[in-house]
Unconditional design. Structure first.
Length: 191
């Protein structure tokens, strides 16, 4: 009879997520994961099968914990307020000194050399879900008259998606949030 697992799967998954987020998939070693997660090699493989499966689960975990930020768009009182609240929170988290720089999804995209279709789909879905959230909020803004009905909200949603990911990249090399806030304000004025 096998021993039962004596660890919190969500906790160790969170620890693995932080390592992948900071180092990327390719640069993360199994010994680094074991140390961060506080697991034995056998526990890691029994629970997560392999490094790539662990990485996919870490990305799912990341998306789940980031849902609160996405909810700012879903539950927004108005299009511009929701977009501003989303990007305010996004900038805070992108520059948070207690977290790895940028965003796990953006980092995964930049370092995406894996031929694994599941991983490609997971990242593509993350992009499409965020872009769709922006589009739906902009559509509501057009219906209420807050957003000019002549504006192409599909293009604007794509612009906001790109702003989101560019903030993630820039935050890795620049520490001046003021320019990021100015950029956000300029984009919101364009709406």
């Amino acid at each position: 009879m096998g021993r039962s697992k004596e660890f919190d799967k969500e906790y160790v998954l969170h620890k693995a997520m932080l390592v992948f987020w900071e180092k990327g998939y390719e640069a993360t070693s199994i010994p680094e994961l074991l140390k961060a997660m506080g697991l034995s090699r056998s526990s890691l493989y029994e629970t997560f099968v392999d490094k790539q499966t662990l990485y996919v689960e870490a990305i799912h975990h990341y998306k789940k914990i980031r849902q609160n930020k996405r909810n700012l768009l879903i539950n927004a009182p108005s299009a511009k307020v929701g977009i501003r609240q989303y990007f305010d929170q996004h900038i805070i988290s992108a520059f948070d000194e207690d977290l790895p720089k940028g965003c796990l999804i953006t980092n995964a995209t930049i370092g995406l050399d894996s031929p694994d279709e599941q991983l490609h789909k997971l990242i593509r879905d993350g992009f499409e879900e965020l872009e769709q959230s922006f589009f739906e909020l902009l559509s509501t803004g057009q219906q209420t008259g807050e957003i000019d009905p002549k504006k192409d909200i599909k293009v604007l949603a794509h612009l906001l998606l790109n702003l989101n990911h560019s903030i993630n990249v820039v935050s890795k090399v620049k520490s001046d949030k003021k320019i990021i806030y100015n950029m956000m304000n300029t984009v919101i004025e364009m709406l």
